[in-house]
Design a protein around this ligand. Structure first.
Ligand code: GRF
Length: 206
């Protein structure tokens, strides 16, 4: 990412949008030199859309029904992102796996947050996977997106303890608190041009 600021973000969501809210709050606090160009949801009833609208951010409902092929859905998403002149794509609880169409359109410019310390517990229900495995610590990972599932180069991680009596809900809530500052911090590094991707390693400059 160039250091030409502000960076235009396109945020993809499917659900409640607490990570979106954290990003909005950091931008409005003047701590993140970026602008959310659009929020795109594949779910019409995602509360994230309400959050975006409250802050005057353009929203697009882009449902996947009617797109039998995942690639054609992604091609349309790319068109929407381009029409909003998006530089950096943020997956903030977007519950779809991207195809090469999206990944190749935004090389090293799509970021995701996953609720576990990757490469452990990829995919769905990562918090329950961590509880079932019996780990003492889990957390969250912000990574660039490649064509795999939760496999791209790791930018930042935060560690969260797993308590003995945790349920998926209690662990998810603890991890989400960490997600909110970790995601914003990683986006800040990227928009400020402090990130270099070398193979699957991410180098952060001061
Ligand atoms: C987060 O737990 C994130 O790790 C996962 O989806 C959830 C989104 O939550 N990818 P929210 O919509 O940001 O509240």
């Amino acid at each position: 990412m160039s250091a030409n600021l502000p960076c235009r973000l396109g945020v993809l969501v499917s659900g409640s949008g607490t990570n979106l809210q954290a990003i909005i709050d950091r931008i409005e606090a003047g701590d993140l030199c970026a602008e959310i160009a659009c929020v795109i949801s594949n779910k019409a009833d995602a509360f994230a859309l309400t959050r975006a609208a409250r802050h005057g951010i353009p929203v697009v409902v882009h449902e996947n029904a009617g797109f039998p092929e995942r690639q054609s859905y992604d091609a349309t998403t790319v068109e929407i992102l381009r029409s909003h002149k998006v530089d950096l794509v943020i997956l903030a609880g977007f519950m779809r796996i991207l195809t090469d169409v999206m990944v190749n359109a935004f090389p090293s410019a799509i970021m995701n947050i996953h609720p576990a310390l990757l490469p452990s517990f990829q995919g769905l229900h990562a918090q329950q996977q961590a509880i079932d495995y019996g780990v003492r610590y889990s957390g969250c990972t912000v990574h660039f997106v490649d064509c795999g599932t939760d496999t791209g180069p790791i930018i930042l991680q935060s560690v969260v303890p797993v308590e003995q009596d945790d349920t998926e809900a209690t662990l998810s809530a603890r991890i989400q608190k960490a997600e909110h500052h970790t995601f914003a911090a990683a986006i800040k590094l990227v928009v400020e041009g402090k990130i270099q991707v070398i193979g699957r390693k991410v180098r952060i400059s001061a």
